[in-house]
Ligand binder design. Structure first.
Ligand SMILES: [Zn+2]
Length: 154
């Protein structure tokens, strides 16, 4: 969950500081792509009031729930396997019109990549997404590029 500093961290929706005077929720790092609509609500403290008034409300709660399920599945698989062999796709796009969104939250064991039927499809879609500069990371690290490399070079 996000780490916030009361009276310093700001709500991404209204720009006011977060503190005990107004109820707020903390969100986990949902997506590291700056260009995704959910990015600004990711990893932050947000006033409950502001979310309730936002048109992103349903979307945010949908992905918070999916993130929760994904995280617990990842935890279980990492306990049962060598964590290095578990590949988690995490959230790739919160825009369901993006073809890449069908691979959101997919989890796969490394040994199964070669028999993965959608390997070529994912490879194509992910490269296309990257080539169209639809993924922009805050840092040099690009989750999608990294994911693609770990799958292709397996
Ligand atoms: Zn707010």
């Amino acid at each position: 969950m996000a780490v916030i500093i009361e009276n310093e961290s700001k709500c991404p929706l209204c720009g006011d500081v977060i503190n005990e005077l107004k109820e707020y929720i903390l969100t986990p790092p949902l997506i590291s792509n700056e260009l995704d609509e959910l990015f600004r609500l990711s990893d932050s403290g947000i006033h409950l009031d502001c979310i309730n008034k936002s048109n992103l409300k349903d979307k945010l709660f949908k992905y918070l729930k999916l993130y929760e399920q994904y995280s617990s599945k990842m935890r279980d698989l990492m306990l049962e396997n060598n964590p290095k062999d578990v590949i988690g796709f995490n959230l790739l796009s919160s825009d369901v019109a993006e073809p890449i969104s069908k691979y959101n939250y997919l989890i796969m064991l490394k040994k199964n990549i070669l028999k993965w039927d959608d390997f070529e499809d994912f490879n194509f879609i992910a490269n296309d997404f990257l080539n169209k500069s639809k993924w922009k990371g805050v840092t040099q690290f690009n989750h999608l590029k990294n994911l693609l490399e770990s799958i292709v070079n397996n």
